[in-house]
Design a protein around this ligand. Sequence first.
Ligand code: ATP
Ligand code: MG
Length: 563
Amino acid sequence: MSSTLPERRDFIRDMIANDLAEGVCTAPITRFPPEPNGYLHIGHAKSICLNFGLGQEYASIGGRCHLRFDDTNPSKEDQEYVNSIKEDIHWLGFDWGEHLYFASNMFDFFLSCAIALIEKGLAYVDEQSVEQIRAQRGNINTPGQESPFRQRSIEENLSRFEAMRKGEIPEGQAVLRAKIDMASSNMNMRDPILYRIMFAEHHNTGNTWCIYPMYDFAHPLEDAYEHITHSLCTLEFENHRPLYDWVIDNCPVPSRPHQTEFARLNLTYTVMSKRKLLQLVQEKRVNGWDDPRMPTVSGMRRRGYTPNAIRQFCQTIGITKFNGFTDVALLEHSVREDLNLNAPRRMAVLDPVKLVIDTLPENHLEWVEVTNNPERPEDGTRQVPMTREIWIERNDFMIDPPKKYFRLAPGRTVRLRGSYCVTCKDVITDENGNVVQIICEHIPGTIGANPPANIQCRAAIHWVSCQHAVSGEVRLYDRLFSVENPDAEENGFLSVLNPNSLNVISNVYFEPSLASVPPEFICQFERIGYFVADRRDHVPGQHIVFNRSVALKDSWAKKNKGK
Ligand code: ATP
Ligand code: MG
């Protein structure tokens, strides 16, 4: 087998390999065609990894992937979305090079195709209302009715279409329709609308146009205009393909693209529709499009998910023809795998209680070497200050522990990660029995060495020097919805928002090295989870803010086991 063959295999890659072998094309040219009416989400990432991935795999023979903004509907589109989409694609690790296109730059081409269709007697201006047209469409069992405007002369159609274009006909009073077959068993072929009138300012073309093409007309033309060979879209468009081919067959196009459909990504505990994501943002259910709970690419970035983890996830789920749900735990698993390998370890105490090692002098300061990443010895060690008073996690101590509890308790010994083994001698509680201070003695000579054989030390816990700790905030994120399929909820997806999806802890103690890390620094807080310094709110040296990307283990799997 040739070594240039991509190692990934799926039906689309097989088809392309076949097309190349048969000389259908010399190199695959794909495109990613977002409408700039929202931020990209993980479903888009699947399409990006497929389209741009193919471009990369075939780059050596001239394959490539275009970024095309499908901006043919001025009412919902915005420059903010254009910018965020570009940023997200780059962040995911892909690049369109010189091949950036805007459908709105092809408006003249669409117009000439529409005129060509009219001249062939294949399109007509219908001056009924949209409601009337809809009423005549029929249904799967009943053929549609032909419009009274269907038999207009070519000349009349040309002049009425020109009147539409010039803004002489009010919005809603005329459309251009394809003349195909009102009795077709495919509803999309029942004289679909090609152009409509909209007096709206467009983010790119301003007020130049007051007629805008419909998706099913514009999309094949955009593909042909850019010489796309393989136009990959989701399965919902399967029964639009005859119309796609009709447009290509009947318009004066410079190339013949071919549409192929694959299954979209649906994730459990997630909504993916841009309309619903916009609603979450507008109703302030989340803090913007890049809220770390959002399934958007920018949200995942802010959450500390890595491009590598997302690409790995997309590769794992693969490309198929079957619609179904993917467990969001699989995405979290990809994130955990990537971070386990690559994230340096640091220490932070989220729920602190003071531990005093009274066998060390008051002013004791010792810098201990702590391993940065046991998965990557080449990442070395760092120095962490050890003092007489340290913070440990409240739940790493129990006054009256059960049998299997191996952490700290009166008389028990634990290892302080990278430092001494300490034995608990005493505990101070308040009037309610809450632990306020734990008194320990250290076992000299146990840094980097085992305690004497007669002492049992079965756990290592994390800690931070009280004197050197920097305090700050941690945001614990969880899934935004509390049910698997929020879209199926009778009372709407908003009725199943998880009330505990964000838990802010404002008095966390971090090891001092974390004071100066830049935004987007990712690490594992030992024994707690993976965290990222917040892109927006973390200010080194001033305001430490970390977001939890993912816990060390899947807590949802545990919760659901009992059911
Ligand atoms: P809308 O609901 O606004 O139509 P859309 O998700 O289709 O949203 P587009 O901007 O048109 O948004 O999508 C760009 C590309 O991403 C399309 O080619 C589409 O097929 C693909 N895409 C969108 N959602 C998914 C998904 N869940 N899985 C895979 N691909 C997707
Ligand atoms: Mg779409």
